[in-house]
Design a protein around this ligand. Structure first.
Ligand code: C2E
Ligand code: MG
Ligand code: MG
Length: 680
């Protein structure tokens, strides 16, 4: 049997003492063999014994990989049958030679290091020799070897020594694995023996049958091999099936089932030793767009690369799993505190922030991570998973970040989830209505355009404002439908106004999610055509941060939109982050100073400075400047004095529904304020 895989990691002193002890003992035994036993008998053994030796070597190199119900893979080889055959029939030197050849050949092929090679040889030499010695004691055979075939009397001793070999072989390797993994030795051995009993134990019991049969005729060897091959094959298939049931086909990562199993075990372990276990749910922020626009091949490649990066960011003993789609999870065990979990999350977020490259194409992906931690957030698997989901939901509201579970977020999210379900229906039931807010020339006060602002006429809740449902739509696939609906209504309004002799431009807000959608330009063109509205009358408002989320893709989409002839406006300027280089490359037409600076600019000199510099900057970049949030005549006057081009705000009008807007336009005869120049 092949020694299980083991890695020298912790407690080198105890481990080394054990490893070198076993190696030393094996050397002593070999020396004794050489000096005392070998010269006695070196004649060539029978052909069937040589065949066993050859099969031993071949068998060792063809292990059966067996899953232990988890990612722990173990190996069983059919070589143990032939080891037992040689133990029984001898001679001892051939047993030794065959074992050493088999192990050395196999370990060299697998590039194991010298220490492991020596240990693996040593443990097998010791197990084989000790078993041979005991068998000889029981049967009275000579230790060095004799030619006699196995008799019926020897079947029971053969089985008994098979059991001894099983205990020695598994015991010696079990201890080294336990020491290397710093696990308690006795429970590990117990687990190991229980598992091996049903696999290699059964093979050992088969050995006497093989010996007797080949003694009858060597021609039976191929026949005997048939059932062994059948076992070999079905064990392999079973292991493969088990693997498939517990792993994701694309990335090879553990799947949800296995994650749950492991989380359960980690929680038990944590309850015993007082450590925390964290479940981190990871969701890629732009995966859907990539998959939709670049195709499944690229999507699959990306997922595989993401899986590899997540694997790399893991600590020893942690698990990364793919739960489906673009959702991954990490199980982090043995944590001391929340800060440890945070560290894992930071590593994940930072790791995924680096651009990916697929067939030379650069892709930027960001991840949101939701974290739930035992025992604070739950002490069973399903609670923890569910709460990590809630945490993920709040993390997604602030892309590229992570969030821990919090009960407030939970309440919030239950309501939001309910809203999400209703929004889906609401959009198709035509419950979205668009309100319009006038934009006027700062100098003359003349009406220059409208901003379309969506509202949701909810059958029970009444009028719901965009801040309460646009973020939900953005985190799901709904934002696309929402945007198209608003564009459709806004262009219908532009058309109606033009027909009524009021050719006013209309601005529509475009969310970041839509800006990465290569379909958008085609859809916009379609709607412009449908309503017969010239592209100059449509402005698309995008926030500066949304451009920076994925500049390459956003710039492509915005470029296509510009080619249509529509205007671009940079919304909420000053609240996010952007790069002047991109602002310039964007070739936008308009910059909207965020209302938070405008509200208090007459009172707060800092705000006034920001507004003034923004106007200067915008003008230097050749942009038209719009100030939103103008609530009084004084602010308007100040903006006018600073050279701002357009104003928008409650002072002129709140956003109005279609009918109210028409009334407002016909009532709006003259500027609402006269300009008072700024004191010099
Ligand atoms: P925004 O694009 O910056 O729109 C301006 C917001 O400021 C509007 O809020 C408007 O009602 C409000 N506002 C305008 N003047 C004043 C003022 O003088 N004082 C105050 N306090 N507020 C003023 P609203 O309609 O609630 O929209 C909020 C945000 O929701 C918008 O900010 C925009 O980012 C988003 N949004 C609205 N409609 C849509 C849409 O159709 N699609 C997308 N993706 N986002 C939308
Ligand atoms: Mg806007
Ligand atoms: Mg704004």
């Amino acid at each position: 049997m092949s020694p299980a895989a083991w890695l020298p990691r912790t407690r080198p002193s105890r481990l080394d003492t054990y490893v070198y002890g076993v190696i030393g003992l094996a050397f002593a035994a070999l020396l004794y063999m050489l000096l005392a036993q070998l010269p006695a008998d070196l004649q060539l053994p029978h052909l069937n014994v040589l065949v066993f030796a050859a099969l031993l070597v071949v068998g060792e190199s063809q292990p059966i990989v067996i899953s232990r119900g988890d990612d722990d893979l173990d190996e069983v080889t059919i070589a143990s049958i032939f080891i037992m055959a040689l133990v029984v029939l001898g001679p001892a030197w051939l047993l030794l030679l065959a074992q050493v050849c088999a192990v050395t050949f196999d370990d060299v092929r697998r590039r194991k290091n010298l220490k492991r090679l020596l240990f693996n040889n040593a443990q097998l030499v010791l197990s084989g020799l000790a078993t041979r010695a005991v068998f000889c004691l029981m049967t009275g055979r000579s230790f060095a070897g004799d030619d006699a075939p196995m008799s019926v009397r020897e079947v029971l001793p053969a089985l008994a020594s098979g059991a001894l070999f099983f205990v020695l072989n598994n015991g010696l390797t079990g201890v080294v694995v336990a020491l290397a993994l710093a696990k308690p030795v006795v429970p590990h051995l117990r687990d190991d023996v229980r598992f091996q009993l049903s696999t290699s134990g059964v093979l050992l019991a088969f050995a006497p049958v093989v010996i007797v049969a080949t003694d009858f005729s060597l021609l039976l060897v191929p026949l005997m091999m048939l059932p062994i091959f059948a076992v070999h094959r079905s064990a392999k298939l079973a292991a493969e099936r088990e693997r498939q049931a517990l792993h994701d086909g694309l990335t090879g990562l553990p799947n949800r089932l296995m994650l749950q199993e492991r989380t359960g075990r980690a929680l038990d372990e944590g309850a015993r030793n007082g450590s925390s276990t964290a479940v981190l749910l990871i969701d890629l922020d732009h995966f859907k767009e990539i998959n939709d626009t670049l195709g499944h091949y690229v999507g699959d490649q990306l997922l595989t690369q993401v899986a590899n990066r997540l694997r790399e960011s893991l600590r020893e003993g942690d698990t990364v799993a793919r739960l489906g789609g673009d959702e991954f999870a990490i199980l982090a065990c043995d944590l001391g505190s929340q800060a440890d979990a945070e560290q894992v999350a930071r590593r994940v977020v930072a790791g995924l922030m680096q651009p990916f490259s697929i067939d030379g194409v650069r892709l930027d992906v960001q991840a949101s991570v939701g974290i739930a931690l035992s025992p604070d957030h739950g002490d069973d698997v399903s609670t923890l998973m569910q709460r990590a989901d809630v945490a993920l939901y709040s993390a997604k509201e602030h892309r590229g970040t992570f969030a821990f579970y919090s009960p407030e977020g939970d309440l919030h999210s239950v309501e939001k989830l309910a809203l999400l379900g209703e929004l889906r229906e609401g959009i198709s039931a035509g419950q979205l209505v668009v309100h319009y807010q006038p934009k006027c020339d700062a100098g003359s006060g003349g009406l220059v355009g409208l901003e379309a602002l969506v509202r949701w006429q909810h059958p029970v809740r009444g009028l719901v404002f965009p801040d309460d449902f646009v973020p939900i739509a953005e985190n799901t696939g709904l934002i696309g439908a929402l945007t198209l609906e608003v564009l459709d209504q806004a262009l219908a309004m532009a058309r109606a106004l033009r027909d009524a002799g009021q050719p006013l431009g209309v601005a529509v807000n475009i969310s970041v999610r839509c800006l990465t959608d290569l379909e958008l330009p085609r859809q916009v063109a379609g709607l412009l055509g449908r309503w017969g509205v010239p592209p100059e009358l449509l402005t698309l408002e995008v926030t500066e941060t949304s451009i920076m989320v994925d500049p390459t893709r956003t710039m492509t989409v915005l470029g296509l939109l510009r080619d249509l002839g529509v205007s671009l406006s940079i919304d909420d300027f000053g609240t996010g982050y952007s790069s002047l280089a991109y602002l310039k490359r964007l070739e936008a037409n308009e910059l909207k100073i965020d209302k938070s600076f405008v509200f208090a600019m007459t009172q707060n000199s800092n705000d006034a400075v920001i507004v003034r510099s923004t106007i200067e900057l915008g003008h230097n970049l050749g942009l038209r400047l719009v100030a939103e949030g103008v609530e009084d005549a004084e602010t308007w006057a100040m903006l006018k004095a600073l050279g701002c081009d357009v104003i928008q705000g409650y002072h002129l009008s709140r956003p109005l529904d279609g009918a109210a807007l028409r009334r407002w336009i016909s009532d709006y005869q003259r500027p609402l304020a006269t300009v008072t120049p700024l004191p010099a």
